[in-house]
Design a protein around this ligand. Sequence first.
Ligand SMILES: Cc1cc2nc3c(=O)[nH]c(=O)nc-3n(C[C@H](O)[C@H](O)[C@H](O)COP(=O)(O)O)c2cc1C
Length: 203
Amino acid sequence: MPQDDARDPLPTFHADLDAAFAELWRLLADGVAHGRSAFHTPSVATLDRTGRPRSRTVVLRQADAATGILRFHCDRRSDKAAEVAAGRHCALHAYDRAAKVQIRIEGSAHVHLDDAVADAAWDGSRPMSRVCYGIAPAPGTAIEAGGGYALPDETEAPPGRPNFAAVLVRAEALDFLYLDRRGHRRAGWRREGEGWQGEWRVP
Ligand SMILES: Cc1cc2nc3c(=O)[nH]c(=O)nc-3n(C[C@H](O)[C@H](O)[C@H](O)COP(=O)(O)O)c2cc1C
């Protein structure tokens, strides 16, 4: 558990549920913008076809407090794309040591392939990121040796668009845990109608 300094003032969200909600979304937005944040690379959990849990790291591309929608990108040929499409739900998780905050998100998820959402996500992605979607053979394929795959030349037009997918996660449940020796704080929210219903929880 990280050490905190008892002389540091407690953050507002330590005693204010609405401030904790705002802090959760602020940290996620900060994660989208900055690679140094652990919220830049949350793990995403899905279920495989036998119902067993699986998780992996992704880059968080969007986290919108107003809509409660998050976005990550993946190869449409990947296991995660198939598992999200089949299960239509996923869970995200990250713990940032500097912020001393763990965030857990559960939501419905949709894989966007050949629509405006995927087009906009592709248009907004950098050439360096696009190259990965031109990898051959498909992600997860067994190969003879570790280097037995090919990536397209970065200088050429990226051929990856047909393999690109944007996953939108509509958060339905949020769980926020802040660690502090003077008293941990845990809060949770569930979607209710147009808004969120929040509560403090025992850490
Ligand atoms: C730092 C980091 C960032 C990653 N970002 C992504 C990502 O944004 N999208 C993605 O599909 N895979 C990403 N990966 C790779 C996945 O974690 C995973 O290994 C790969 O996609 C295969 O997952 P799957 O077989 O469950 O589909 C990332 C891995 C690391 C370590």
